[in-house]
Design a protein around this ligand. Sequence first.
Ligand code: BES
Ligand code: ZN
Length: 737
Amino acid sequence: MAGSPEQFRGQSRLPRFAAPLRYDLVLRPDLAACTFSGSGSAAVAVSAPTRFLVLNAAELAVDRSSIRFQDWAPTEVAQFEEDEILVLGFGRELPLGEGVLSMDFTGTLNDQMRGFYRSKYEYNGEARNMAVTQFEAADARRCFPCWDEPAFKAKFKITLEVPAELVALSNMPVVKETVCGPLKTVYYEESPLMSTYLVAIVVGLFDYIESSTLEGTKVRVYTQVGKTSQGKFALDVGVKSLDLFKDYFATPYPLPKLDMIAIPDFAAGAMENYGLVTYRESALLYDEQLSSASNKQQVAITVAHELAHQWFGNLVTMEWWTHLWLNEGFASWVSYLAVESIFPEWNNWTQFLDETTSGLRLDALAESHPIEVDVNHASEIDAIFDSISYDKGASVIRMLQSYLGAERFQKALASYIKKYAYSNAKTEDLWAVLEEETGEPVKDLMTTWTKQQGYPVIYAKLNGQDLELEQAQFLSDGSSGPGMWIVPMTACCGSYDLNKKFLLKGKTDTMHIKDFAATQSGQNFWIKLNIDQTGFYRVKYDDELAAGLENAIKAKKLSLMDMIGIVEDSYALSVACKQTLTSLLRLLNAYRHESDYTILSHVTSVCLSVNKISTDANPDLSSDIKKLLIKLLLLAAKRVGWDPKDGESHLDVMLRSLLLIALVKLGHEETINEGIRRFHIFLEDRKTPLLPPDNRKAAYLAVMRTVSTSNRAGYDVLLKIYKETSEAQEKSRILGV
Ligand code: BES
Ligand code: ZN
């Protein structure tokens, strides 16, 4: 017989000679014993001569005697745990065309929060188990043998056998339910073509609330029994996001229903399973009384992100994990688009710079990696769900959108979704569509950003009427790397109405500012590059340009985003020893009178980093620097105080929490003492208006500062609150201090 099962070991991908078309799966979870059994059959298309079928399986006991392809039992069955594959050898070559493979198997409902797992919850004061799946990136193979790669799309018909009193959910709606004694069998509709990592099952006790989109898609939020009121906010955001994405992608939501469900034990923040999105409780539930403004924002962003995946990721899926960033970067970017439109008062696009900031910070390390990254083994995939795929990914998409223009970009995306619906795409497939629709050199431009790690800093120098530009790869250790990019440059001079846009293609370029700066002079002269920080790069201005920008900041001539970009770049350049700490501190001082949350969130984060660096480097100097930083934040902190004001904005509520936390961290005595005082009142009365959820973290941090080896009282009392509360957000607030 030709070949042996061994030949399939050590490969990064499954062979393509056979591919699944349709799975028919029956799963029987036993919630008491924490095991499950299953019977699966798959219609398989054999496209090239072979006597083998090779699929994925891990931590499953496959009943060898049950395996059949058509009528044939395999002559060889090899399960290689290291490779997570199951190889079936048959005594003859398989006929080309369609055949049916079937087998039975058993497994454990593990407590690793991956594959098919068990989560604990409480019902009427009693501990219970629920059964949940988490298959991304490569863990469907822990639930049933399958071709567990995103490009092997197939239809799924799922059947569950579960205790009759439980709620049993899957991707598709129920078609039929039969009860037999204590068990019921639930049959689900067949799904459209989809990848294995998006298959989902949840079995447990839940309540739900329901609403529907303009098109009539039923949307539900499932919570623990009695907690549905905490699901209302997510339901509302969910329905609005679906309506919005349907328009944005010019494609209807692809499934008949959408369920969103809160799971007590959950590894990620949320998972976009097709039609059954699972969430950590803190990322889905919102309670007017118990949640903070920042919890609220996180819920909105998470819901919008997961629902964006229903198109970008689920309907059109990356061909392989190398293109994971297409999923995650894109969903992150477009979640801001949705939230901006639902809550315009949150100034969400300005907050997007948080993503760009963390992408820029990570990607300035020599140890970073390109957005498109080689993946050879399933165990390597989890590591790329990082700030590069998400934050840099989202940021380069924003850069491209801004270069191409919002309308052209949207139109091209809609064609991309149409072209690759129910199928898979690679990064260059997206570039090709964008290029075709816009006539711009998208591929050349974007390849420099996705196939190459890092990003440039643009040195800008004024030479008479010329602005000289030079790019070099920015690294936070102060060295500079070999990278070169095609950089979408934008510049404005003295006013946002006077602006230019061009591509910096080589190492250097010169911009003539004569025409466009003619009217500017003296105090009013300033040039801002990278308008609104849409580009994924930093700018280092020469002294003259930097002074002009400092004046513009003080005179409030700049947009919020530009104010943020200038302070972030300046901080990064100081860390890399490209400018002095003094010049950073002087710049920070220009922000003293600021009172906007979005700006101050970056200013405080820079202040805290400077504090940390100076404390580590020189404890003597650091107390002076601390005083200076405290003084910087105090004006705004005094304005917002500790007590919420009637009718104040969402962002002011966030600002209060931000500043109180920063002042406590910087060791501001007055704030610390007030935090401790309010904490004691809170201990007596957990509903006191003197310590609303938004301010608690600051108070908890203040309390933790009193803890030492000889005095654990503060720690013990926080631990007690942690144990007493059933609110996931409160728990993570305490864990975070
Ligand atoms: N697809 C991911 C969930 C995921 C992450 C699965 C890592 C497997 C490994 C999901 O869409 C996601 O990105 N979730 C984010 C939340 C989002 C708001 C950025 C998360 O879990 O933090
Ligand atoms: Zn995601």
